[in-house]
Write a protein that binds this ligand. Structure first.
Ligand code: XUL
Ligand code: CO
Length: 443
């Protein structure tokens, strides 16, 4: 195995905030204790295989621009997959992140049949297990790619053709078993094409039933093989299809409840998917935490001037402070992590650029964590909310929530007491200033 990232030392160092070394962490220090826990255990950073190693930098207008020799045409597919794996593990290990994530097709060539794909995957999974042992890198989650191959153009589980459903089931079975063998902490399903292009040819209710059946089968198989990590659904509103059924956390939650699947699935929230759905990243995280379906994060950012999934590396401390504050106040990550589902810009040609993207993203997360801890300790948001909702702990609030109370009783009470409540300021500008006070002081 020859070294690929030759310009990068064996381990990206932690160098401190005034370091001028562009290849060092300025804030992230895995062993630093924050809110009673190591920074690495709070953030559980993870590198994704697909954007970093399986993508050559091509876009809809042009060819790949990156130096990824294992993607060159004409190579032996298994040898190419091994070269990719060597470079990927060299990267994980030099960066020092504890986790990685993969799609089945990132790891192994698909060959010409499901049988051949399974055998290729087995071989590359064995090799990955060995590399994980050597480097200490662990698996955050695995997944199956059910969206790139033309057979999935009209969906996988939601395809009008049950043969496509069965093909997808085979892929998920294999990817779930591979994830289990590699000790994965979670298993993810992103329904990239589980939606429609036009309602003119679509039976929405039927497709929902098919998707629920798929999820039910996957959950049962998870139990059969003894995989204990959570199953995660990754919401996204559109792209590649016009409309995706896993639109956002609330839509996924309602779907799970409708089909009695809420005990089986949690969500993997991606920042850029939240903004595509018209929400803030904080909104999606907050919704999931409040409703007990929070699983993990795909860290990235969009571009506010355009409307697609640009998957850039995160660089806003303010955004991440608020997200991490929500996570900290709910007790922190458990099996989840911050997986960099982020990709380089097409002009970032040098091998070292992949390090710059991840180093900057991890430092931004680390700074966000420090600010989140400061927000938690300061308590300004919590105490304002406590005071704002205090009436619901009082006698009137409790009696309204009592199931024995009916609408007439509440109405009579309001009428008899001559209630005439006055509006109270929501103090948004003051709260924004308070957040800035705390976040800026933690920087
Ligand atoms: C696509 C996306 C995927 C999933 C895994 O927008 O986020 O990479 O994270 O399939
Ligand atoms: Co993602």
């Amino acid at each position: 195995m020859s070294e690929f990232f030759t310009d990068v030392p064996a381990r990206v160092p932690t160098a401190g905030s005034d370091s001028e070394d562009g290849l060092a962490f300025r804030v992230y220090d895995p062993d630093r204790i924050v809110a009673g826990k190591r920074m690495e255990d709070h953030l559980r950073p993870s590198v994704c295989y697909w954007h970093s190693f399986s993508w050559a930098g091509n876009d809809v207008f042009g060819a790949g621009t990156f130096d990824r020799p294992w993607i060159e045409p004409g190579l032996d597919p298994l040898e190419a997959a091994e070269a990719k794996q060597d470079a990927a593990f060299e990267f994980f290990s030099k960066l020092g992140t504890p986790f990685f994530t993969f799609h089945d097709v990132d790891l192994a060539p698909q060959g010409s049949s499901l049988r051949e794909f399974r055998s290729n995957l087995d071989r590359l999974v064995d090799r990955a297990a060995q590399k994980m042992e050597e480097t200490g890198v662990e698996l955050l989650w695995g997944t199956a790619n059910l969206f790139s191959h033309p057979r999935y153009a009209a969906g996988a589980a939601t395809n009008p053709d049950p043969e496509v459903f069965a093909h997808a089931a085979a892929q998920v079975r294999n990817a779930l078993e591979a994830t289990h063998r590699l000790g994965g902490a979670n298993y993810t399903l992103w329904g990239g094409r589980e939606g429609y292009e036009t309602l003119l040819n679509t039976r929405m209710r039927q497709e929902g039933d098919q998707l629920a059946r798929f999820l039910e089968l996957v959950a049962a198989h998870k139990r059969d093989i003894g995989f204990s990590g959570p199953l995660l659904i990754e919401p996204k509103p559109q792209e590649p299809t016009k409309h995706q059924y896993d639109y956002d956390c609330a839509a996924v939650h309602a779907f799970l409840e409708r089909y009695d699947l809420e005990a089986e699935y949690k969500v993997n929230i991606e920042a850029n998917h939240a903004t595509l759905a018209g929400h803030s990243f904080q909104h999606e995280v907050s919704y999931a935490l409040d409703h007990g379906i929070f699983g993990s994060i795909d860290a990235n950012r969009g571009d506010p001037q355009n409307g697609w999934d640009t998957d850039q590396f995160p660089n806003s401390v303010e955004e991440l402070s608020l997200v991490l504050h929500e996570i900290l106040r709910s007790g922190g990550l458990t099996t989840g992590g911050f997986n960099f589902d982020a990709k380089l810009r097409r002009q970032s040609l040098d091998r070292v650029d992949l390090f710059h993207g991840h180093v900057g993203g991890i430092d931004t997360l680390a700074q966000g964590l420090l600010a989140a801890e400061a927000l938690l300790t300061d308590g300004v948001l919590e105490s304002f909310r406590d005071q704002r909702y205090a009436g619901w702990d009082g006698e009137l609030g409790r009696s309204i929530m009592d199931p024995a109370t009916d609408l007439a009783a509440v109405a009579d009470r309001a009428t008899d007491a001559g209630l005439d409540p006055s509006p109270v300021s929501g103090r948004q500008e003051w709260l924004e200033n308070e957040v800035n006070r705390v976040v800026w002081s933690a920087i």
